[in-house]
Design a protein around this ligand. Structure first.
Ligand SMILES: [Zn+2]
Ligand SMILES: [Zn+2]
Length: 451
């Protein structure tokens, strides 16, 4: 194995983690690299007391391990379903890592080109973040209302980290958010090598100093980040949480700092040992979050199923004609029923849900004001910022609309300085605890913000 080989391997695998089935060089080179300890190798799946565990994603749930007649090893071999979207982690593969925690980037002075001004609340938070980065080994939560301008809060801390030659990872649950965030960061830090990763994207820059990725893609990193920022940490269902924890603890360096961002942190996050918290109860423009109102619309499911629109909804659509309107539905079925009724009434609209065809195109067209009315499931509860937006929830009593979700939905409204207000209505067939808690949550944040 030549020096060039070592360099080639390191460049490819630095602080990353991959399956032996993804190894791009010859088998002979892999054997040598392991012997020379350039690459570390361990079984991807291990069995302890008859229980499988996936070393890549941390999954221990036995029902997520399947057996198959394996093409590679020609035997009946097991694999992990939990991280299957990253390629098959099977019992015949090895997990390869190339540890280079000692690797440092060149310190970058004055890398931030953003010229905006932080509000005093934002500034306070950004000072706390810089402290957390300097001290290392910290866990810090920024608890900020929707519309607090949390991306800008990160800028001074990112600049500081770059000055210290650190590597920064930003993980967010949604591909939409990766796509929205990366151009903003490129403008703010034009001289820094960046990489954005989501399912289906190509890794162009393995050594990028600033990495923006979906949370799943974190599994590709190993002791890579000095600072790891996890956006919308509350957006995960409970079962996902453990795996997120596993992925983030492997992706960051052992002494790295973790920063959580959330508008609606769960009790579990708040109870994380030794976590420090900065709260931002005010939006960057200083105006309160619009209070949601409750409105009873009767048995709306029956009405929609019979092909008619509850009159309240029809009136609302007429009243706010020409403004951007977002209608949230608890199910795709009801969304589609409503869509065909609107079509019958010649009311122009589009609709989106997780697997909808041309979903990204429709969201983009709504963002740019080419569509005024967009029907959606909860997938758009976060990440959409549109000027003068009004939102309504149809069937707010349905269990899918929990407190955090309803708070997020209200948080879509009034985000722009020019239009700090707007209507937020929860249409329901019976008020639930979640609805009351959401309303209380917003009132409390607004009260704190006034102080
Ligand atoms: Zn797995
Ligand atoms: Zn196999």
């Amino acid at each position: 194995m030549t020096r060039d080989d070592i360099q080639k391997i390191r460049l490819f695998l630095y602080n990353r983690c991959m399956l032996s089935s993804e190894w791009p060089f010859s088998n002979e080179l892999l054997v040598q690299a392991i012997e020379k300890e350039v690459v570390q190798s361990e079984p991807t799946l291990v069995q302890e007391n008859g229980q499988w565990k996936c070393k890549r994603c941390g999954n221990e749930k036995q029902t997520l391990f399947y057996e198959h007649d394996c093409y590679h090893c020609q035997t009946l071999c097991s694999y992990c379903r939990h991280c299957i979207e990253m390629g098959k982690a099977s019992s015949c593969t090895q997990l390869l890592t190339c540890n280079a925690s000692h690797f440092r980037y060149k310190p970058q002075e004055n890398s931030c080109r953003w010229e905006g001004v932080l509000s005093s609340h934002q500034e306070q938070a950004s000072i706390q973040l810089i402290k957390a980065v300097e001290q290392q080994n910290q866990t810090h939560l920024i608890w900020a209302v929707c519309g607090a301008g949390k991306t800008e809060i990160l800028f001074p801390m990112i600049e500081k980290s770059l000055q210290l030659g650190m590597r920064i990872g930003i993980a967010t649950p949604r591909t939409d958010v990766v796509k929205e965030l990366s151009p903003r960061l490129k403008i703010a830090f034009p001289s820094i090598k960046q990489s954005s990763l989501y399912a289906g994207s190509r890794q162009k820059n393995p050594l990028a100093q600033l990495v923006i990725a979906t949370t799943h893609q974190l599994l590709r990193y190993y002791h890579a980040f000095d600072v790891l920022i996890i956006d919308e940490v509350d957006a995960f269902p409970y079962t996902y949480d453990r795996s997120l924890h596993y992925a983030s603890s492997r992706a960051k360096k052992p002494h790295g700092t973790t920063i959580f961002l959330s508008a609606t942190p769960s009790k579990r996050i708040l109870n994380t040992p030794s976590i420090t918290v900065t709260k931002i109860p005010v939006r960057f423009h200083g105006k309160p979050i619009p209070q949601p109102r409750f409105q009873w619309i009767g048995n709306w499911q029956r009405r929609l199923s019979k092909g008619s629109l509850p009159p309240t909804i029809h009136q609302w659509l007429m009243q706010h004609e020409n403004k951007p309107l977002l209608l949230f539905f608890p199910s795709i079925e009801m969304l589609k029923k409503c869509s065909s009724i609107l079509q019958g009434l010649s009311i122009k609209h589009e609709f989106v849900y997780a697997d909808a065809p041309e979903r990204h195109k429709h969201v983009q067209s709504f963002r740019e004001g080419r569509t005024n009315l967009l029907l959606t499931t909860t997938i758009l509860e976060r990440g959409v910022t549109v000027e003068n937006l009004q939102v309504a929830v149809i069937g707010a009593e349905q269990p899918i609309f929990d407190e955090a979700c309803l708070v997020q939905i209200a948080g879509r409204v009034g985000r722009k300085q020019a239009f700090p207000d707007g209507d937020v209505v929860y249409w329901h067939y019976g008020v639930t605890h979640s609805m009351i808690k959401a309303k209380r949550h917003i009132r409390q944040m607004n009260n704190e913000g006034r102080k």
